[in-house]
Design a protein around this ligand. Structure first.
Ligand SMILES: [Zn+2]
Length: 202
């Protein structure tokens, strides 16, 4: 049963909708146009409402996911949505309000593959400041390998280490996490990796 006040019916085709840009043109509190300027006692420009005084802060988003192992194999998903439609990724997505990073990682893994998982340790923490995100990947064990991918996934399948589609990976955080994982697996130790990715060179 849906919560009262939450509209789940879709009045337009799914392709009509898009994630709004983070810059905010209008005030969420009073509807007036915002001004981009440094508010009093602050050091950065914000979207400020000169009508009601609301300051709209925008902070980095968290992406949470898993490195799902099934014996020697890894479970990867091919993306059905932009960005990077058709490319392979580890199961991951944006953390929701009210959940922990671990809960979000498990939720995304389930949504994108339909499989069941046991979550392990936190494994990579990757700062990606040029896209205003932090990515967290947990190690995970696949408990039941029946796949029923959700709408965000074209296909979910297992890969041997030798068959990882390196040229067709969707994101650098996925690539570097997989590189660390396969290197650590050879050595049999899984330290936590925390690093930052610079903007890609053109
Ligand atoms: Zn306002």
């Amino acid at each position: 049963m849906d919560s009262p006040g939450i509209l789940t019916m879709t009045p337009h085709a799914p392709s009509f909708y898009f994630p709004a840009p983070r810059a905010q043109k209008f005030c969420t509190q009073c509807g007036h146009a915002t001004t981009h300027r440094v508010p009093p006692d602050d050091t950065r420009a914000r979207d400020v409402c000169e009508h009601c005084g609301a300051v709209h802060y925008h902070n980095p988003l968290n992406v949470v996911g898993v490195v799902p192992a099934w014996g020697e194999q890894l479970l990867l998903c091919r993306r059905a949505i932009e960005p990077r439609r058709g490319f392979w990724t580890l199961p991951a997505g944006f953390m929701e309000l009210g959940e922990t990073t671990a809960q979000g990682a498990l939720r995304e893994a389930k949504e994108e593959t339909g499989a069941r998982f046991e979550l392990g340790q936190i494994y990579t923490i990757i700062d990606v400041p040029h896209v205003e995100q932090v990515h967290f990947f947990y190690l995970a064990r696949v408990l039941a390998a029946e796949m029923s991918p959700g709408f965000e996934t074209l296909e979910a399948r297992f890969f041997d280490a030798a068959d990882v589609p390196w040229a067709d990976l969707a994101f650098r955080t996925v690539r570097t996490t997989l590189e660390h994982y396969l290197e650590d697996r050879r050595r049999g130790v899984y330290p936590i990796h925390h690093y930052a990715l610079p903007p890609p060179r053109e």
